[in-house]
Design a protein around this ligand. Structure first.
Ligand SMILES: [Zn+2]
Length: 211
């Protein structure tokens, strides 16, 4: 089972990936995670990536693609994998197909309105002391603006401010959404409703994947 999860930030891809990974016994591969691993292990490509990261520059497509390729040929990927956050551009999707012709069974597109994403992400609060995550509507702290566990102050991360989220959504619509057409033309696109409670979507995904 080789699947891609496409969707804007805050669509719940990570939550669903964790559920499917566990049920199917396959790893979730996120670009951020494997980039960090490759750099920590000091592989050739990892060192190359580190050069860009240290300069504060974006890691180029060919380096990212090389690192993904190295990861996908590891033994734990034999039964399959979930790609979360990759491909991010049509060029990356094309490159993935070129290097692994049978790379994918299905690309799931997580469909959720921008307004719902905005509410989900701007409502997040993080404990500045212990890192616990709350949500002002969907999971508030019983102690108001203090952490339930350690009484630390709850703060909104810079990533979760409205303007930052708006920018990330714009980038998604402009850069990543065209990938949907790419997979649609190849008969691999399945759009799923990612609004509302994650439990419902988890059930749908498990059913569609025969788990
Ligand atoms: Zn805390």
């Amino acid at each position: 089972m080789k699947v891609v999860f496409l969707g804007p930030p805050g669509a719940g891809k990570g939550t669903q990936a964790a559920i499917i990974s566990k049920a199917a016994g396959i790893p979730t591969i996120s670009t951020g995670m494997i980039l960090r691993d490759a750099m920590a292990q000091g592989t050739v490509l990892g060192k190359e990536a580190e050069g860009y990261v240290k300069k504060g520059e974006l890691v180029p497509d060919d380096v990212i693609i090389g690192i993904v390729k190295e990861r996908l040929i590891q033994p734990d990927c034999e039964k399959g994998y979930i790609l979360d956050g990759f491909p991010r551009t049509v060029a990356q999707a094309q490159a993935l197909d070129d290097m692994l012709p049978d790379a994918l069974d299905t690309a799931f597109s997580f469909e959720v309105a921008d307004s719902e994403i905005m509410a989900r992400l701007t409502g997040r609060r993080e404990c500045g002391a212990c890192g616990a995550i709350y949500h002002i509507k969907n999971g508030p702290s019983a102690k108001g603006s203090a952490c339930e566990k350690c009484d630390g102050e709850l703060i909104q991360r810079a990533d979760d401010k409205e303007e930052t989220i708006r920018n990330r959504m714009d980038v998604y619509h402009r850069q990543t959404e065209p990938i949907k057409d790419y997979y649609k033309q190849r008969g691999k696109l399945v759009c799923v409703d990612a609004s509302g409670e994650p439990e419902r979507l988890a059930k749908e995904l498990l059913k569609r994947l025969g788990l």
